[in-house]
Design a protein around this ligand. Structure first.
Ligand code: BEZ
Ligand code: MG
Length: 946
């Protein structure tokens, strides 16, 4: 494999396909392997080329080996390549099936490049997740339909044959409504594939029927036909990706391994290629299910479902710039070229309603002279009452009296935190640039996060957002606000006037990036078969170098992760966690259940990995080329405390993307377990010796601490169970979690099912912990946090009988802060769900905004179900804000009837599951509202059918 310098691809404007022969295993070993490539192959053949913009990683050959591919039509021509093998003298051979796929992909790209735009047929795929909840055409942080409208408009202007609807609402109605209700489907039924047609044309029918029964199956079908949902607009077909199919089916969710897609799913992709005749497909927004279908992690074969489904069709994927990890899965497994989109603007939460009054009273109290004792006492009572009204002080709290000053100081800090917390605001629209105000807020947030930019007044960022050059902004500051200017120069990181200009020039560049209209041009270029330049993915406020968007995002060089900075910071964060645990529980935790995701590590150069190592008392070892080579222990004297046992649960994404780090963590645990140290100074060793003695097993086995899904499977499915409501007993949540996550990954990197070991190790856990890496993604924003951190907390509870301490390490600002789960849920509820600034920003996007609000409510219930750490006032306030407030209820119902009915039903479900106990009056109002919303959904059905 040769690495193509990116500049060359850029000049040629051709895609750079990463095609390679494998060297570190035989073709037979690869074929039999569940994971595909080895860690080193993945790193060298796939991850490093991605940094240069490579797409569609595919092997075309490798070393012959016994047991090779007996059932595959392998072209047996010996490749001309006879490179020296590192380990065997076997010849290099072509892998025929893969070579053919590669040739087909290249041909399709060439055909795409030479096709005329007016004739080019493009399939756009929108998502519907979770199904049946008013979530059709939604995506992370994206205003999907508005973005699609802008894209179609641009395509038409470029010469594509597009029948463009008159406006955005019409586009939405044509896709989402149409004949949907007549068929009882969540979107317009565009085509019906008869069972006969399906059986004749489905190449993988046996595999699908083995899983889902006879064609056409029950998903998205009327028993005789499979429905293809979507709408055609000239030469563009906008289709809705079918669901996984197992949602709401607890038995299927329990599968440890993944299985075949549904009839409807496979038929959908066949329809795009064979029936619609797409020249290219554009997956629109983060993210869908194709790339998570079963198969090898990387280096896929023709037996892997993502590869079967996408085939040779050129695949472009509009993807959130802040999600390099899942984006990488789409690249590697779905052969997608990513085109990044900006995430929503970030702004300070600010205060609202009762919080504004409370702050005013606190300010007055602070401004009152100490000798005005009567006024001080009056204000203290007022403050306590106002704080009770916004649930910052418990209803039954006795009057503060003498302790008032301390309480008010603490409240003051809490209110300041609420006001200053950064939140995402609204949704991003492709083809529309952030406003001056939004850019100024983003620049201010970037400055705040950057260690080397001093505190500056907001007008500085407004000036930069208005494109004033940095030099001019600094000159103005010097002239108009000399005190601020002097203070800025006094900041340690700034040497002088030029230093300040240089810092602000970075923001000037970021502003130019925010103003560059690059996303639609990049989509157009991708659809022309051009080269999409690479960039590392990340959060815009922390990594402004992701700008401008419209690029093919990738992760960090895996050989260099965790970085030196991450190792240093990881130690500090680990100490913060220990300190918080000591404060709450008076001692060091003996064992911590740590959740590790790919995203967080890719954005932080491996911060959470470094935290895991620090807790154990280990560090990474690098070879003389600076490449990650393994783990070393930090001596106990240097560590200064006992080694903490860490039960690590990796997301399937982490496992796929960071195989070297998976081994690193396994090695660190093993080294600690086998270190000749007293057990009271080494909890890893203590627990390992106990287990080995009780089970009479080798230390290698008893020291396994890195757990994840089976190869090819993702997620704990706790989120699916919560979404469907199909659980009776909370133990079912623990059960599904452990059944999915009980695969231990040892030093050899191969997973082994070890449910008993996982259970035993969880019984020693004192605290569950996960990092929070992005402002954009709170623990109530997506359902994965309660799926993973909530899931493991529940699994620990089932073993110990008590909910463990659950902590979130907020890494989004400053030096980082450890919060208890209940603190974090409360903070997010106040700054987001109950904050008019937040929900009005979403409601500007109508239908999709309502779905986002509903998702937050569902995720809140997920935290109650898994940890019980959601305070009742949260449900009460959500009810008052979104359901019993008639104006708001009507508004939501108007925009998205299904999502608003789901929201109301969630709150009722929360009551039925005893997560809160509303008054009779509230409950009646909630029930009545729920019925009204349900009737509305039903009414739509009846109306349409008539
Ligand atoms: C990950 O990057 O590991 C991840 C991303 C989203 C959800 C869950 C895990
Ligand atoms: Mg996801």
């Amino acid at each position: 494999m040769t690495r193509m310098p990116p500049r060359r691809c850029c000049r040629l404007d051709v895609p750079y396909l990463s095609a390679f022969a494998i060297e570190f295993q035989t073709l037979g070993e690869w074929n039999r392997s569940d994971s595909g490539l080895t860690p080193v192959e993945t790193t060298m053949m796939v991850a490093l080329p991605e940094i240069d913009g490579a797409i569609g990683p595919i092997l075309f050959g490798g070393r012959d080996g016994e047991g090779d591919l007996p059932d595959q039509a392998r072209v047996n021509a010996r490749a001309a390549v006879r490179a020296s093998a590192p380990s065997s003298g076997r010849d290099m051979a072509l892998q025929g099936e893969r070579a053919e796929r590669l040739a087909d992909r290249v041909s399709r790209l060439i055909a795409l490049r030479s096709s005329r735009k007016a004739e080019r047929r493009v399939a756009v795929v929108l998502f519907n997740f979770p199904p049946n909840g008013g979530a059709v055409a939604t995506a992370a942080g994206l205003s999907v339909i508005r973005s699609l409208y802008n894209t179609l408009e641009a395509m038409k202007a470029e010469g594509y044959t597009v029948d463009l609807p008159a406006n955005i609402d019409e586009l939405r109605a044509l896709i989402l409504e149409g004949n949907a209700e007549r068929y009882g489907m969540p979107a317009n039924v565009h085509a019906r594939i008869s069972a006969n047609d399906h059986v004749t044309h489905e190449r993988y029918l046996d595999d699908i029927e083995a899983q889902w029964g006879p064609a056409p199956g029950r998903q998205q079908s009327d028993g005789s036909n499979i429905f293809v949902l979507g709408r055609q607009f000239g030469n563009v077909f906008v289709g809705i990706q079918p669901a996984f199919g197992y949602e709401g089916d607890p038995m299927r969710l329990l599968f440890e391994k993944s299985f075949a897609p549904t009839h409807a799913f496979s038929a959908f992709y066949r329809y795009l290629t064979d029936d619609f005749g797409a020249d290219a497909v554009l997956h629109f927004g983060t993210h869908g299910a194709l790339e998570f279908m079963p198969g090898k992690q990387v280096g896929l074969s023709g037996e892997c479902w993502p590869d079967r489904l996408i085939g040779a069709l050129p695949n472009f994927y509009l993807y959130a710039a802040n999600n390099p990890s899942e984006g990488t899965i789409a690249k590697r497994r779905g052969a997608a070229t990513l085109v990044s989109y900006l995430t929503p603007p970030v702004t300070h939460a600010g205060l609202y309603r009762g919080l504004i009054d409370l702050k005013a009273s606190i300010d007055r109290w602070r401004a009152t002279a100490p000798d005005e004792t009567e006024e001080i006492a009056r204000l203290a009572t007022l403050i306590q009452n106002q704080a009770m009204a916004v649930d910052l002080v418990a209803e039954d709290c006795p009057p503060w009296q003498g302790a008032a000053a301390r309480e008010i100081q603490a409240l003051c800090a809490t209110v300041a935190e609420l006001e200053e917390t950064l939140i995402p605001h609204g949704l991003h629209v492709v083809g529309e640039l952030p406003s001056i105000g939004e850019r100024a807020d983003l620049l201010a947030a970037m400055a705040e996060l950057a260690q080397d930019i001093p505190v500056l007044p907001h007008h500085v960022f407004e000036a930069l957002a208005q494109q004033e050059p940095a030099a001019q902004v600094v000159a103005d500051l010097k002239r108009d606000a000399p005190d601020v200017y002097r203070e800025a120069l006094a900041c340690e990181a700034i040497a002088d006037h030029a230093g300040l200009v240089e810092r602000l020039a970075r923001l000037e560049t970021a502003n130019a990036g925010l103003m560059a209209d690059t996303e639609i041009p990049a989509l157009i270029r991708a659809l022309d078969g051009g080269y999409i330049a690479p960039v590392s993915g990340g959060d815009v406020i922390r990594s402004p170098q992701i700008l401008p968007t419209g690029r093919n995002i990738h992760g960090f060089d895996p050989f260099r992760l965790p970085s030196a900075f991450a190792v240093m910071d990881g130690r500090a964060q680990a100490e913060r966690l220990i300190e918080r645990h000591r404060r709450d529980h008076g001692r060091l935790p003996a064992s911590v259940a740590l959740v590790l995701w790919g995203t967080d590590n890719m954005k932080s150069e491996g911060g959470p990995i470094a935290q895991a190592l620090a807790l154990i008392g280990a560090k990474p070892r690098f070879d003389s080329y600076g490449r990650l080579a393994g783990a070393d222990l930090i001596p106990l004297e240097e560590l200064g405390r006992a080694r903490i046992d860490v039960v690590m649960t990796l997301s399937g994404i982490f496992r796929d993307l960071l195989p070297l780090q998976t081994k690193l963590l396994a090695e660190a645990s093993y080294l600690a377990a086998t270190a000749d140290e007293p057990v009271e100074q080494n909890f890893v060793r203590k627990h390992t010796l106990d287990y080995a003695a009780r089970h009479d097993c080798p230390m290698e086995e008893a020291a396994l601490r890195v757990f994840s899904n089976a190869a090819g499977a993702y997620g704990a499915n706790v989120n699916q169970l919560i979404d469907s409501g199909a659980w009776d007993d909370a133990d079912e949540l623990a059960e599904i979690y452990t059944s999915r996550k009980c695969f231990a990954y040892g030093i050899n990197g191969k997973p082994v099912r070890k449910a008993e070991l996982l259970g035993t190790m969880l019984a020693d856990v004192d605290a569950a912990y996960q990092n929070l890496e992005s402002v954009e993604l709170g623990i109530t924003t997506i359902d994965h946090y309660f799926d993973t951190l909530g899931g493991i907390s529940k699994a620990v509870e089932r073993k110990t009988g008590a909910v463990p301490a659950v902590y979130v390490g907020d890494q989004t600002r400053g030096a980082g802060k450890v919060r208890s789960l209940s603190e974090q849920v409360a903070l997010e509820t106040r700054t987001r769900m109950l904050n008019p600034k937040w929900y009005e920003g979403l409601l500007e996007h109508g239908y999709e905004g309502v779905r986002q609000i509903e998702a937050h409510v569902t995720n809140t219930l997920g935290w109650s179900a898994t940890t019980g750490q959601v305070a009742p006032w949260i449900y009460q306030n959500l009810t008052e804000t979104f359901v019993t407030d008639e104006t708001m209820r009507r508004r939501l119902a108007e925009l998205n009837p299904k999502a608003s009915a789901k929201l109301a039903n969630r709150l009722i479900e929360a009551h039925e599951r005893n997560f809160w106990a509303p008054s009779e009056e509230t409950l009646d109002a909630l029930r009545l509202a729920g019925e009204e919303l349900e009737d509305r959904v039903e009414g739509l059905n009846v109306g349409e059918a008539a």
